[in-house]
Design a protein around this ligand. Structure first.
Ligand code: FES
Length: 230
């Protein structure tokens, strides 16, 4: 075990843990929009910023070295984390936060006091409802890459990628066409990890109803290829 200090309290975490793990172990919640503890960390969203031994660091990609002194609760750090989330949210349409607090993003905004007025994106990037079990709403994609890593690292399918540049970057099937023609095996891992609701299971809210969805073909199988665990 490794012992570090989080906001003055000693915290023991297994060797090789990140500062984010230690912070969570201390019972402190930080936004962490590109992080899923089932996946390798990307460190791209900058929403989990802390101060480690006096230096600003993304907690998810910073190793918890023995004796590190971590601060999470100063006004300056709260402002940095809030600004990081605001930058992300400002590119999204208002409905990004109209998800009844169910999405991870909406929860983070709620905890940081970020209201729907911050979401000023025009939207209009469209979606992909071609697949019977996964629906993409590009306007809600924040390019965190969690779905891409879930597909590759857990599922082992490598069906997804990020396309576009800058604020226009979104997830897309690696094959380039519609989702229905991609290598997606419908494991649901991408939907499960998506922090914004950009990826969902089709249902009444997406315009696809159970009546319009094709029925799955009964088949005998041993689900040995799927790492998600349904
Ligand atoms: Fe740490 Fe995104 S969660 S940088």
């Amino acid at each position: 075990m490794t012992r570090i200090e989080v906001d003055g309290a000693a915290v023991d975490v297994p060797e090789g843990s990140s500062l984010l793990t230690a912070v969570r172990e201390a019972g402190i919640e930080l936004p962490s929009l590109c992080y899923d503890d089932r996946l390798s960390p990307a460190g791209s969203c900058r929403t989990c910023l802390v101060r480690a031994d006096g230096k600003i660091a993304a907690a998810c990609i910073t190793p918890a070295a023995s004796g590190t002194r971590v601060e999470t609760a100063t006004d300056g750090l709260r402002t940095l984390r809030r600004e990081a989330v605001e930058v992300i949210v400002s590119a999204l349409p208002p409905r990004a936060l109209a998800t009844d607090g169910r999405s991870e993003l909406a929860h983070a905004c709620e905890s940081l006091g970020i209201g729907p007025e911050t979401a000023r994106g025009a939207g209009g990037r469209g979606g992909d409802a071609s697949h019977p079990y996964v629906h993409l709403d590009r306007d809600l994609c924040i390019a965190c890459g969690r779905c891409v890593r879930m597909c590759a690292e857990v599922q082992g399918t490598f069906a997804l990628t990020l396309v576009g540049r800058g604020a226009d970057t979104v997830v897309a099937p690696g094959t380039g066409g519609p989702w229905a023609e991609s290598d997606c095996v419908a494991c649901g891992g991408c939907v499960d990890t998506c922090p914004t609701g950009a990826l969902t299971e089709p249902g009444p809210a997406t315009g696809l109803t159970s009546a319009s969805r094709p029925s799955p073909e009964p088949t005998r199988t041993t689900c040995g290829y799927c790492g998600v665990g349904c």
